[in-house]
Write a new protein. Structure first.
Length: 445
């Protein structure tokens, strides 16, 4: 067996991989890696041992574009053979201008073109029936105990600051039967938490007129509520991201109250001023969002709400910013990110008048985050003395880092557990909350 394995390993071409960008791009990377492994390629962790490198790029804002261009340059300097894919691939002229020696360029979620480009450089190896075994759910770049579940591509909105529809196209929903089958397989492979992602999770299914399917003997529509109802039968944590606060989102709150979904919503509100939301071309008004949040918490008091906001958007006045601060004080959001406006090439917002000076935008962000830190600290105090079920991410000596229902990986706070030497990463455990700071909880088993 060793001789057979060695013979195949020596002949298998080696591919390096760099993955940049958001969770949706991460899922794209996972699919490409899965196909590489299915076809027998070796995936290696360094530039110099690779026969070529694939770089999955981000092109959302200027800083992300620069990071992608730098990553391509690094891969070229260290390896010399580079295939580029992802959102920045839509701007081929920009990539070619900076890095003309790139072998091939494809756009986002174009797995077939990536594989064709790989084949053109490295022919698929002979298959080894003894060792060519991968999980049925494919290769994952996340820890084994959680995974992103992408339910659609693209977006139908025309937000003035965003070029995602230009990069990824209009909304294309995956049929619900396909999504539920993938989720079921992920759970069979050991996933304990599924993070549902899309550009607009709330719009799921509208493009295919909510086409139905049968799963586990029951009928489901390709629609958010039915998706949550199905996922809620899998017995794992289900966390919703990128949810626009449309009226039908209220239908999933009772499922949270019943324990079928985590009581957590990631809602990118972006602002509270009606004038700013109109300039941004956002689909919801601040007062409507506040009313819905209050209604949702009446049904599910433990509901944790994460959101993101932009300050310094063209035309934002001191009064608009004051309205935003008043909103977050009243809404009492749990997890919040704030960004100063960053212009993106070809975004419609670039043509707006009355740009906010950079130093003013930075000061507004500072005030915003100071205000939100105090809100977060008060919100976390409600957990003191409570027993919570948490999912352990890592254990070092007798300290563990875990997450509660209120904590999405990498973007939210954590639960810091002491006396945790007996805990294992990837497992659920119950803890007693002993304290908190502005963002994290402290607990004991």
């Amino acid at each position: 067996m060793a001789a057979v394995s060695d013979r195949f390993a020596q002949t298998a071409p080696r591919v390096g991989f760099v993955s940049l960008g958001c969770p949706k791009a991460l899922v794209d990377s996972e699919r490409i890696l899965t196909q590489l492994k299915v076809e027998g390629y070796q995936v290696v962790g360094g530039y110099r041992e690779a026969d070529l490198v694939v770089v999955n790029t981000c092109g959302f804002i200027e800083a992300a574009q620069q990071e992608s261009l730098d990553a391509i340059g690094e891969a070229l300097a260290e390896n010399g053979k580079v295939i580029v894919t992802g959102c920045l691939g839509k701007r081929e002229a920009l990539i070619r201008e900076r890095h003309p020696q790139v072998l091939a360029i494809t756009g986002p979620h174009d797995y077939e073109s990536v594989m064709r480009a790989v084949h053109a450089q490295l022919a698929p190896p002979a298959r080894n029936p003894y060792i060519d075994l991968i999980p049925a759910s494919g290769i994952k770049l996340t820890p084994r105990h959680y995974a992103y579940l992408k339910i659609s591509e693209g977006c139908n909105h025309k937000c003035s600051f965003c070029i995602i529809p230009k990069l990824r196209g209009r909304l294309v929903s995956r049929p619900i039967g396909e999504v539920l089958q993938e989720a079921e397989q992920l759970v069979k492979d050991g996933v304990k938490e599924l993070l549902v992602v899309a550009q607009d999770t709330s719009a799921y299914g509208v493009d295919i007129k909510y086409t139905g399917a049968v799963w586990r003997g029951n009928d489901y529509r390709t629609q958010l509520t039915d998706l949550c109802r199905g996922l809620g039968e899998l017995g794992v944590w289900i966390r919703l991201h990128y949810v626009y606060p449309y009226p039908h989102v209220s239908e999933v709150i009772p499922l949270m109250a019943a324990g079928k979904l985590l009581p957590y919503l990631d809602i990118p509100l972006q602002h509270a001023s009606q004038k700013m939301l109109k300039a941004m071309r956002r689909p919801a008004a601040g007062e409507k969002a506040l009313k819905r949040i209050q209604e949702w918490r009446a049904i599910c008091p433990d509901l944790t709400i994460r959101s993101t906001f932009i300050v310094g958007f063209p035309g934002e006045t001191a009064a608009d910013f004051a309205e935003l601060l008043a909103f977050i004080k009243e809404a009492q959001l749990d997890r919040v990110g704030c960004f100063t406006y960053s212009p993106v090439e070809s975004a419609d917002a670039n043509a707006l008048p009355d740009w906010v000076p950079a130093e003013v935008a930075q000061e507004r962000r500072r005030l915003f985050m100071e205000t939100q830190a105090q809100i977060s600290a008060v919100r976390l105090q409600r957990f003191a003395g409570r027993e919570l079920t948490v999912l352990v991410d890592s254990v070092v000596d007798d300290k563990a880092i875990a997450r509660s229902f209120a904590d999405a990986p990498e973007i939210d706070g954590v639960v810091r557990i002491s006396n945790a030497a007996k805990l294992k990463p990837g497992g659920f455990t119950k803890v007693l909350v002993t304290g908190s700071d502005h963002y994290d909880l402290f607990a004991q088993p």
